[in-house]
Design a protein around this ligand. Sequence first.
Ligand SMILES: *Cc1c(COP(=O)(O)O)cnc(C)c1O
Length: 397
Amino acid sequence: MYRQSPRGFATTAIHQKISFDDLTITYDVDSNYSEQGFQLNKKLAELDDGKYALSFPSGLAAASALFSLLKPGDHILVCSNIYGGTDRIIREFLSEIKIENTFLSDLSDSGVVSASLKPNTKLVYFETPSNPLTRITDIEGLVNEVRKISSDIIIATDNTFLSPYFQKPLHLGVDIVLYSLTKYMNGHGDVVMGALVTNSKEYFNRLEKIQFCTGNYPSSIDCDLVFKGIKSLKVRMDRIQKSSLELAEYLENHPKIDKVLHPSLPSHPQHKLALKQSYGFSGVFVFYIKNGTLENSVKLMESVKMVIGAASLGGLETLMQIPVLTSHIMVPYEERVKMEITDNLLRVSVGLEDVEDLIDDFTQALEIIGHPGSDVSSLCCRCWDQVNQALFREHLN
Ligand SMILES: *Cc1c(COP(=O)(O)O)cnc(C)c1O
C-alpha cells in the first residue's frame, strides 16, 4: 500500500487561498499573465508545495524555457526514455548550440551518475516513472549523489505521469518540476499547456525573465480550463489508479500475456521504491503478449472495441498504443530489443470508463488474437494511422 497523500489536496485544488484583490494588483503590475493565468500559477505552486509556478502554452514550451537556463558549453545529464519531444529538443536543438548531453539508462546507479557528471554539468533531467517501461528513478538517491558533487547543478524532473497528487518531487530535493498540463492535470483532452514549479527564487526570476523576453505565455481561456480541470484531479487519479491496477492484475493473470509492468503490482521490479517515494500510481502501464509478434499486437489493437488507438495519455478515455510503431519507430531494431521495447509490447493509458467494461473489452479482444505466434494477415487501419503519422513526422525531419 502507498502512503496516504498529504491531507487537503482536493480542498486546495478547489478553494482559493488568495483573495481576488491581491491577485489583481500583482498580475497587473508584475507580469504579462492574464488574471486566469495568474490564478492558475498560484494553484499549481500550492499543489506541489512550491513557492513559484509559471505556466506555458505547452509542455514542450515549458521544457524550452527550462533549457533556456543553459548556455553554450554547458552539459546536461539525462535519463533515457524521456518524452520523445523533450529528447528531440536536447539531441537536435541544444546540441546544435553546443549544449552537450549524456543519456544514461539508469539514474539510480550512483557510481555511473557521479562518473557522468562533468565540471560543466548544469542540469540533471529525468522522468520517473519512465515512458513506456515504467522504470523508476530513486529521486532522493539521485539528489544526494548530485549534491555531493555540486550545489549548483539544477535537478529537474517531468512529473506529468504522476501529477502532484501522487508525487511531490520538491519534497525529495528536486529544484524544478515540469508538467505537461495537457495530460492528467487538465484531464479532459481539450487543452495543450505546460508548467514549471520551483521553490527557488533565483530560478523563478530567471525563468520569468526568459518567459517575458520570449513571449512564451498561455492563453487565458486555456488557463481557465486547466484551473477547472485541476479541481477534479484527485477523484480522477484515485479512480484511474484503482481501475488501472484492476486491469493490470487481470492482464497479469491472462494466459496470453507474458508480463505486465505497473509499479503498483508487487511483481514490478521497483515496486518497493515506488511505495517509498510516491503516494500512488496513475493509469499508464505496459504489457507484453506471450510469444507475440507485431501482427498479434496489431490484431489486438484492431480487436478492442471501446479502447481507442492513440498515443496520448491522461484523458477521460482509455487509450492504447504499440510503442514500436509510435514513440520508438525510429529506434533501430537491435537497440529497441536491448531496451526491451519489443514488437509484443503495448502501452495502455486507463481512463474513467467502468473497469468491468474495460476488462470485457480486453477479454474479447484477447480471444481474437489467436494462439500466441499465429499469423494474422490483416493489419488494422488504426495502427496504420499511427505508422503513417510517424512516417509523416520523419518526412518533416
Ligand atoms: C505529452 C508530454 C509532454 C509534452 O507535453 P505537450 O503539452 O504535449 O507539449 C512532456 N512530457 C510528458 C511526460 C508527456 O507525456
